[in-house]
Design a protein. Structure first.
Length: 383
């Protein structure tokens, strides 16, 4: 019964000790590149699932460079996850119309991904026909072990959440023969991605894996820390909460009752504020108006108020929808100035640190298909 970590260490040590490891070195704590990776990648062109696929998601790891090149040469749509999912989920690689073989080779590298890609948002309607992931170790049954950070598993779960993959979307991994090892099924969790094909420099293995792949994001395994590191997760969580799903986080159970009580009080206060404004005629459609959260400290007498600009708000979004998102992302302001006709709003916070924290929290927030522009208001940036 070796653990996942022991299996990783054994594979990394063997690749380095046997001279099979390739740039970048050392391969420890990476999806390891190996001598013969391009040969292994080249055999993907013989698979029916590759030939039929129109849109392919390939991880940015070095040993998968040959698959990215094969996809571009075959004029398929190539999607590559953003590094550590910091700025979104996918980049679509768009080579120049007259791209030479050499340009396509560059497009398949990490540098090319930066230079020749455009971001694909949550509502970019991606429809992935084939998924290619890197592995540290994999078994002939399709059990897979990554480098331990969970990004490939999370990427797949996010694609399920977006509707970008289906139950039968094939998953392929590319490894050296020495990375195909026995893995006990007991080591797999319900968040672990399994694979349908394994390509090595000498073999093509069809795993016939019957174990179900992840059915979406398992929110109770997601921490606040992960939510902070992967901004797009916040938008997916907001969308799934709106659709009625339980999106309670791993470290949220203990304070859920308090959070629900606060949210209910906040909602009541906002509703009362809106009712009073409607009664005085200050909230007419398209008209600029200001709304204060009665649970927050008063603004009078404070000289440190910092304002955040929120732009690119879709015309169909109402102020109540934005307020709900602000509470969800723990970024409720002291005061909200709504300018729906100009597709923008301004949020006042008690000081610059709180405002900057709100900007960080709201990064990547998407409402009705638009990713909002969130930044310190222009007159605040030089302070």
């Amino acid at each position: 019964g070796a653990s996942k970590w022991e299996i990783r260490e054994k594979v990394w040590d063997y690749l380095e000790g046997s001279g099979l490891a390739d740039f970048p070195r050392p391969v420890h704590r990476r999806i390891p590149n190996f001598k013969g990776s391009h040969q292994a990648c080249g055999s993907i062109k013989e698979l029916d699932v590759f030939q039929r696929a129109r849109e392919i998601k390939v991880d940015p790891d070095k040993p998968l460079e040959g698959v990215r090149l094969a996809a571009l040469q075959a004029r398929k749509t190539l999607l590559v996850p953003t590094p550590r999912l910091r700025t979104g989920l996918f980049n679509k690689i768009v080579p120049p119309p007259d791209a030479t073989k050499e340009i396509l080779r560059i497009c398949a590298t990490s540098q090319g991904v930066k230079e020749y890609s455009v971001p694909v948002g949550l509502d970019g309607k991606a429809r992935v026909d084939l998924v290619v992931v890197g592995s540290v170790a994999v078994s002939e049954k399709g059990w897979r072990i990554g480098k331990g950070e969970g990004y490939a598993d999370m990427e797949y779960a996010m694609m399920v959440s977006m509707g970008a993959v289906q139950e039968d979307t094939p998953v392929i991994t590319i490894v050296h023969d020495c990375q195909v090892v026995d893995i006990a099924e007991e080591l797999l969790g319900d968040h672990d991605l399994t694979v349908d094909y394994i390509l090595t420099p000498t073999r093509t293995i069809k795993t016939n894996c019957k174990r179900r792949k992840p059915q979406g994001i398992i929110w109770h395994k997601v921490s606040y820390e992960m939510l902070g590191k992967i901004p797009i997760l916040k938008s997916l969580r907001y969308r799934e909460r709106q659709s009625g799903k339980d999106v309670t986080l791993q470290d949220e159970h203990s304070d859920l009752a308090n959070a629900n009580t606060l949210a209910a009080l906040n909602e009541k206060a906002m509703a009362e504020s809106t009712r009073l404004q409607a009664a005085t005629g200050s909230a007419q459609v398209g008209q600029h108006h200001v709304e204060s959260d009665s649970l927050s400290p008063r603004l009078e007498g404070s000289g440190t108020i910092t304002t955040v600009y929120v732009g690119n708000i879709p015309p169909s979004v109402r102020v109540s929808e934005l307020k709900c998102a602000l509470r969800e992302f723990r970024a409720a302001p002291l005061r909200l100035s709504w300018q729906g006709a100009q597709h923008r709003a301004f949020l006042d916070y008690k000081d610059k640190a709180t405002a900057e924290s709100a900007v960080s929290s709201l990064k990547g927030l998407s409402l009705r298909g638009n990713t909002l522009r969130v930044e310190l208001a222009r007159n605040q940036r030089s302070k």
